[in-house]
Design a protein around this ligand. Structure first.
Ligand code: NAP
Length: 226
């Protein structure tokens, strides 16, 4: 049975991904901040194991590794993120910026490094970060969301660097922009449902090959501008 680990599995795109993979008979390690209140996740059928993971808490990372033991992980999806603080024209909220970078950049990097041996032991070896086109420097046509945009741009550099480092273990490191999705982060006006975005992302992950190591792709599999 192939296995997946993903973060932010309790709602939004993460919940839709957990549902799809569990529905296809995968073993799903579903990480969320509060498993006791993750009712929709708990209700999923299949081999779903919940893990408590507040991404900023090192003790949670350690407990997750203990729980996994030596288990191989075919696919890891770093999905959880925060939208960051609203912009102010005159100053910025340093604490909120640091939180944004901790959750959106540092924690996915930490998780990726810790899970490298688990990926290397698996058959598929795919390490995916859910990112955003808002983190594209080349495509930046609007202002706003400075903390979020810059955190995703930094995540891109982390994943490109991991792609170089992890190639020795045959691990494919890919960034995926999920589209504009109707979640708490995307809002009600977004054109894509979480289910549609998750279905495309799952198809894309199925098709990833060595040529996609270090790539930045849309949910439809098209290359995104850096
Ligand atoms: N929605 C869009 O249109 C869109 C567009 C481009 C990219 N994305 C990306 O898609 C991914 C999923 O976003 P979404 O739209 O599903 O957002 P969402 O509905 O706001 O869900 C965010 C998830 O991240 C978790 N999370 C936040 N802070 C955390 C922390 N400190 N530790 C652990 N988990 C934490 C949340 O858990 P709690 O429930 O505990 O808060 C939740 O499960 C993100 O990487 C986002 O940047 C989304």
């Amino acid at each position: 049975m192939p296995s997946l680990l993903l973060t932010g599995a309790n709602r939004g795109l993460g919940l839709a991904l957990a549902r799809r993979y569990a529905g296809r008979g995968w073993r799903v390690h579903a990480c969320c901040r509060d498993p006791d209140r993750a009712h929709a996740l708990r209700a999923l059928a299949g081999a779903v194991r919940l893990h408590r993971l507040e991404l900023r808490d090192p003790s949670h990372h350690a407990a997750l590794l203990d729980a996994l033991g030596e288990e191989p992980l075919d696919v890891v999806i770093a999905n959880a993120a925060v939208p960051g603080p609203p912009d102010s024209p005159t100053d910025l909220d340093v604490g909120a910026w640091l939180e944004t970078f901790h959750v959106n950049v540092i924690a996915p990097a930490r998780l990726a490094l810790a899970l490298r041996p688990h990926l290397a032991r698996s058959r598929l070896r795919r390490l995916v970060a859910i990112t955003s086109l808002l983190g594209s420097i080349a495509d930046n046509r609007t202002d706003g969301l400075l903390a979020y945009r810059s955190s995703k741009a930094a995540l891109h550099m982390v994943w490109r660097s991991l792609a170089v480092a992890f190639a020795a273990d045959g691990i494919i490191c890919t960034l995926i922009h999920p589209g504009w999705v109707r979640t708490r982060m995307g809002g009600p006006a977004a054109p894509l449902s979480p289910e549609d975005s998750a279905a495309h992302i799952q198809d894309l992950i199925d098709r990833l090959g060595p040529e996609h190591n270090g790539a930045f792709l849309s949910w439809r599999g098209e290359p995104c501008p850096w």
